[in-house]
Design a binder for this molecule. Structure first.
Ligand SMILES: Cc1ncc(COP(=O)(O)O)c(C=O)c1O
Length: 370
């Protein structure tokens, strides 16, 4: 079974000798329990005035919107092109019209955005940039520079990459904001979210490795339920919450070098499929990127997803949340609305072995050529 969702894999659990800080360590790093919690903490230290806005991309994860809603910060959506690259003209227009304090740029699926391009016109206006690296752990831009090191701040989300039940870190690159000390809050909900995710990870590992995806009709609803508990308990936790000791202990055990190289190898393999229809990716130097998944576009994506599922390949999609958008925003940001409807992500994972890759490749070729 080729799966997007994390599960425990002994391949990367063998005391690698590196820590995440070794990769990002010359910066100030703050650990919290979730990406949402990290963003709430940043909102606090940035300190928005009533008339100040944040600019968000219109292809957006709920996990990013949520903290701004909770903190009652006013947000506006900026446009991107059909490959989800920010439309700088649109951003400039919004900057002329509104008092913007922060621009959030998402490195979608791990693909690098050009932060310098935005910096060029924000620096002299005193506008901060947050790189949302929730989907971009260890991913680099075309110059080999780690994503998250060029904006004023960056936020990461660990469970999207690693088999851990919680965890996020913030990188503070802007020296003005380096000195505050984080005050964590206690949260019983966070406890529930960690427990539900630990059960999820064990069950998923058992399901994938021992049952080979068998009994899906029974296991999948349980896994879904655990994810729902995780999602809601993380959403309503009293942020910022401390990362769990369980995760911190496990983070010491991973061999990140192996993790990165296995994933990059799989990315290179999957990219061999790019001559097939539905292929859609942002132009990029693919040698040093680390992706959550490879985005493809298809008008009949439901049918393709069904075929992939029948062949035990799980895909991911970001569901549209129309309630975020006014009618005006929907027609303004039509590229993003189309992307919501037509995209899906092929799994990239350290768990895909050379043997399973052969089968993966064959199945994809058959499905996409049909
Ligand atoms: C782009 C993006 N930003 C932020 C988040 C929030 O991260 P977390 O789930 O760790 O709270 C997510 C998660 O869905 C995301 O995809």
């Amino acid at each position: 079974m080729i799966t997007y969702k994390r599960y425990f894999n002994k391949n990367i659990i063998n005391e690698g000798g590196h820590k995440i800080e070794d990769y990002y360590g010359n910066k100030k790093i703050i650990w919290t329990s979730s990406g949402r919690g990290s963003i709430e903490y940043l909102i606090d230290i940035i300190g928005f005035q009533d008339n100040e806005y944040v600019l968000l991309p219109a292809f957006v994860a709920e996990g990013l919107i949520r903290p701004f809603k909770r903190k009652k910060i006013k947000f506006l959506f900026y446009k991107s092109n059909s490959e989800l690259i920010p439309d700088t003209d649109d951003i400039k227009e919004l900057l002329n019209e509104f008092k913007v304090k922060l621009i959030v740029v998402i490195h979608y699926f791990g693909y690098p955005q050009n932060i310098k391009l935005i910096r060029d016109f924000t620096d002299n206006r005193n506008i901060l940039i947050l790189e949302d690296c929730a989907q971009a752990l260890f991913s680099c831009n075309g110059n080999g520079i780690l994503l998250g090191t060029e904006g004023d701040f960056a936020v990461f989300s660990l469970p999207k990459f690693l088999p851990v039940p919680d965890g996020s870190f913030i990188i503070v690159n802007n020296s003005e904001y380096m000195h505050g000390k984080i005050k964590y809050r206690k949260s019983l909900l966070h406890f529930f979210s960690v427990i539900s995710m630990i059960i999820y990870l064990y069950l998923k590992t058992f399901h994938v490795n021992k049952m080979q995806g068998g009994l899906s009709g029974v296991i999948n609803p349980i896994l879904l339920l655990l994810q729902i508990v995780y999602y809601y308990s993380t959403n309503y936790a009293n942020n910022p919450v401390k990362i769990s000791g369980y995760t911190l202990k496990n983070l010491q055990k991973f061999n990140y070098e192996k993790f990165i190289s296995k994933r990059q190898n799989n990315i290179l393999n999957i990219f061999k499929l790019q001559t097939l229809p539905f292929w859609k990716f942002l132009p990029v130097n693919i040698n040093k990127i680390n992706l959550t998944g490879i985005p493809l576009i298809a008008k009949n994506r439901k049918e393709i997803i069904r075929k992939l599922k029948n062949n035990k390949i799980e895909v991911l999609t970001y569901t549209k949340r129309w309630n975020f958008f006014s009618e005006n925003e929907k027609s303004r940001c039509e590229n993003e609305m189309k992307f919501y409807d037509e995209h899906f992500l092929l799994p990239v994972s350290e768990n895909i072995t050379e043997e399973s890759f052969e089968k993966y490749f064959k199945t994809l070729t058959t499905i996409f050529s049909a």
